[in-house]
Design a protein around this ligand. Structure first.
Ligand SMILES: Cc1cc2nc3c(=O)[nH]c(=O)nc-3n(C[C@H](O)[C@H](O)[C@H](O)COP(=O)(O)O)c2cc1C
Length: 331
């Protein structure tokens, strides 16, 4: 299946690996693009030099197109221009809606993807020049911008804009991809499923919890895990941190039980505090299960560890089979 989305991105399969802060490294991005999908890499946490280095690492692994993911709250013109200077094909902008950043990226010659949570935002982004709209449903893992479910969001966004729409949130297998295409999406943006990829840079205990989790094992909070990114709603696996916080009245930052406790350490020795927004990485120590274990409601479809390339192929082949013959039960 080729589509307008594939020709805009220069890929063969309309499946984009979602940027997963702390979990997506250059290996995952390159592997997805090499498999015919479209890889993204989040590079918004370390300034312009970090952007340049991250891009060079992906380019050293694959000549195929990919997108750099930038958070509109923490990055701006300099990061966008660094992407254009390095010859990157696309940027994916998320968290906030800044038409001026979309316009800067377009003027610099980049293909622009913008993540939104409702149809009104989609229209603003498209009017500012976005080439593709990523509509992120509330089921999604990690930081979640809107509060509309994927099922309600995709048709509303598709009807609001004339550019292709990419469906995100709860898409973990071929059946969900087929459903998103039926709702009018031109492609899908898959996050939680790639946490179980061999390339994901996450702690083995976190990966195992993803494999073991069911659809009822995640929770959405307006503000729980923070640190230097405040008031940013998110979805993660239930754990002791979240249930104790909720049982004790869901108090705001500054009044939460055990706030400031050191619950572990990163591989470089830096402490991990309770309620810190931190994706547990290999080499982290301590109470991994009490950390921010980002995951979406599609986690119940994540059952095995695979190479990223296999995940791309399997979801796509199963989706095409569903469209031809109807959906089957999983596995
Ligand atoms: C571990 C993790 C980290 C994430 N980090 C980012 C990020 O840095 N930038 C971004 O745009 N979205 C981020 N997200 C959201 C994903 O890009 C995507 O919207 C979401 O995973 C899609 O829903 P799904 O998890 O149900 O597939 C993250 C999600 C997860 C699970």
């Amino acid at each position: 299946m080729t589509s307008e989305l594939c020709s805009i991105l220069g890929c063969d399969i309309p499946l984009i690996s979602a940027p997963l802060g702390g979990a997506t490294g250059p290996e995952m991005t390159a592997a997805v693009s090499e498999a015919g999908g479209f890889g993204t890499i989040p590079l918004w946490r370390g300034g312009v030099e970090f952007v340049r280095e991250g891009i060079a690492k992906v380019q050293a692994l694959s000549p195929r197109n990919f997108a750099v993911n930038l958070n509109m709250e923490f990055t701006g013109r300099d990061e966008i221009l660094a992407c254009a200077d390095a010859g990157v094909h696309a940027v994916s902008l998320f968290w906030g809606l800044k038409p001026e950043m979309i316009e800067t990226a377009k003027s610099a010659g980049l293909v622009v993807l913008v993540s939104v949570g409702n149809a009104r935002e989609a229209k603003i982004a498209a009017d500012a020049g976005a080439d593709l709209i990523v509509a992120q449903g509330w089921e999604a893992g990690g930081h979640v911008w809107g509060q509309v479910t994927t099922m309600g969001l995709i048709p509303a966004v598709v009807d609001a804009v004339s550019v292709p729409v990419v469906a995100a949130g709860g898409i973990s297998d071929g059946r969900a991809m087929a459903a998103a295409l039926m709702l009018g999406a031109s492609g899908v943006w898959v996050g939680t499923r790639f946490l179980a990829s061999k390339e994901a840079t996450i702690h083995p205990e976190y990966r195992q919890k993803i494999l073991d989790a069911s659809e009822t094992d995640t929770h959405w909070a307006a503000e729980l895990y923070d640190g230097n990114w405040r008031k940013a709603p998110h979805r993660a696996l239930w754990n002791d941190t979240a249930s104790t916080w909720e049982n004790e009245g869901s108090q705001p930052s500054g009044k939460r039980p055990g706030e400031g406790d050191i619950i572990g350490h990163q591989a470089n020795g830096d402490p991990v505090l309770r309620y810190q927004s931190y994706t547990p990485a290999p080499g982290a120590t301590g109470d991994i299960g009490a950390m921010s274990l980002w995951a979406g409601q599609g986690v119940s479809q994540v059952k095995k560890v695979q190479c990223s390339a296999e995940i791309v192929r399997e979801i796509y082949d199963d989706a095409m089979e569903c469209i031809r013959n109807g959906a089957a039960r999983a596995g």
